[in-house]
Design a protein around this ligand. Structure first.
Ligand code: AHR
Length: 495
């Protein structure tokens, strides 16, 4: 099969905000306990953080990590995770039917994030709690005043504020599974009043309002309209969440889901702009795609009948090769929408639907999805150019025309590099790809990294990683071969 990819240096989509390579750590299952934190582990540091996990997180180059939930946050008292560890309460955790020991809270997590080279995206509880508690949390984390919560932080040993810039106003408040679900009206009012108090406490913060928990929600669209109608002047971003799966075992259709993500983003941006027009506003609300990933094998209900276990193994998806291919395509979609998507979080980071897995007391290792994420985060920095794709197409189950070629083109002017992320979605044929980079005279291909495996269902277990990237020999020409069902990174550099 032949395909052509053209990009012109002047046809720019936008600058990539590094925060689109964010991730997420929730208090669920073994994400925190026995994931990032295991004081008895041979690699644990002075604070009990696993350094083998930290090393993998650093390799992924994650600039921002959402915390502490997720559904968890809607029943959470942030104060439980502060101060003397021996006095912290153990709680019945109603989102995931587990016991929360509170050994880790914001006091520890902000330190973990520093060690990982990331910033924290903090979520506040708008389920069981409200505006005052959220404002108190901002004061505790960010204020250098001589007032109660700032003083409480100092008394806990933190003289300097944590300086958390991005805050989520609750989580998935439209979902019936959420602790204290709200109607759009209820949430819109609460989010507005909470936002006012939080920004009065610290005007430098940025706020994310909850969009729908997914494009499939019946209320999608109406929810966004109503919520933004209330919150427009007080928030900076609207959140999007979406998970993708191959439930019917149709890989071609599964790989087409990246186009669904594209439509979801464009739809949400259109709604933001409709409210902007209606309000005669000068301000643009951008998007925070703060939960996305492949997730379909387990529901998370595993702990329900187990008598409130501590750190049970919940939603530990073992990712296969086709999952990594879709993650690669989804990353290209995020890059191609960087004019509106300013933050995004791969949900999640460790053990729970995650690129990094751990064994209690044992190894940490990279799942298949680790690799497209790592290369995108490390090399996908700069300005996205509009990719002109000429490729044969196939029909998805929904009768959408899907080009076999999925691609994003990034101009990293600072490094004198152009980086192309390209996937061949054909399950049967290799692709001869002709690349025309207009305005990049003197650039030549210096690196071709390929993620390929014959077996679409191959996984990486702790002892036997079957899916790892390989280097393809680079020839000095503008045509490359993309193997059938492969993900690729092509780096061009100025001579
Ligand atoms: O990431 C797992 C869960 O998925 C999160 O807690 C929730 O926000 C979403 O439904």
């Amino acid at each position: 099969m032949k395909a052509k990819l053209t990009a012109n240096r002047k046809f720019v989509i936008g600058d990539i905000d590094r925060r689109i390579y964010g991730s997420f750590i929730e208090h669920i299952g073994r994400a925190v306990y026995n994931g990032i934190y295991e004081p008895t582990h041979p690699t644990a540091d002075d604070q009990g953080f696993r350094t083998d996990v930290l090393d993998l997180v650093k390799e992924l180059n994650v600039p921002i990590v959402r915390y502490p939930g997720g559904n968890f946050v809607s029943g959470y008292n942030w104060e439980d995770g502060t101060g003397d560890k021996s006095k912290r309460p153990k709680r019945m955790e109603l989102a995931w039917f587990s016991t929360e020991t509170n050994e880790v809270g914001i006091d520890e997590f902000q330190e973990w994030a520093k060690r990982a080279g990331s910033e924290v995206m903090m979520a506040v509880n708008l389920g069981t709690r409200g505006a005052e508690d959220a404002k108190n949390c901002v004061e505790y984390c960010n204020s250098d005043t001589d007032t109660y919560y700032a003083q409480m932080r100092r008394n806990n040993g933190f003289e300097k504020p944590f300086g958390i810039k991005v805050w989520c106003l609750g989580n998935e408040m439209d979902g019936p599974w959420q602790i204290c679900q709200k109607t759009a009206e209820e949430y819109g009012r609460l989010a507005t009043e909470t936002a006012k108090m939080m920004k009065w406490a610290d005007p430098s913060i940025e706020l994310v309002a909850c969009g729908s928990s997914g494009p499939g929600m019946k209320t999608f669209g109406d929810w966004e309209m109503t919520v933004l109608d209330h919150t427009y002047d007080h928030v900076d971003y609207l959140s999007l969440h979406s998970y993708y799966g191959n439930r019917d075992g149709n890989t071609a259709n599964f790989l087409a889901r990246a186009e669904e993500m594209d439509r979801f983003i464009k739809g949400a941006a259109a709604i933001c702009d409709a409210v902007k027009a209606k309000k005669h506003s000068q301000k643009t609300i951008n998007l925070s795609f703060d939960e996305w990933n492949v997730w379909y094998r387990s529901t998370g209900a595993e702990a329900r009948d187990k008598n409130w276990p501590k750190a049970p193994a919940l939603i530990e998806e073992m990712y296969n090769f086709e999952d990594a291919l879709l993650v690669g395509c989804l990353l290209s979609t995020l890059q191609n929408n960087c004019d509106r998507v300013k933050m995004a979080c791969l949900a999640q980071l460790v053990n729970v639907i995650a690129p990094i897995m751990t064994e209690n007391g044992g190894k940490a290792w990279a799942q298949t999805t680790f690799y497209p994420f790592m290369y995108s985060s490390v090399y996908g920095r700069g300005t996205t150019l509009r990719p002109i794709i000429e490729s044969e197409k196939y029909l998805s189950k929904e009768k959408w025309e899907i080009p076999y070629l999925s691609a994003s083109v990034i101009d990293n002017d600072e490094k004198g590099e152009v980086v192309i992320f390209a996937s061949n979605r054909s399950l049967n044929e290799d692709m001869e790809l002709d690349i025309d980079l207009e305005g990049f005279e003197g650039y030549s291909l210096i690196e071709h990294v390929e993620l390929y495996c014959d077996d679409l269902k191959a996984v990486n277990d702790k002892d036997f990683p079957r899916v790892t990237p390989t280097s393809v020999e680079v020839k000095d020409c503008s045509a490359v071969t993309l193997k059938k069902h492969s993900w690729n990174m092509l780096r061009f550099k100025k001579a």
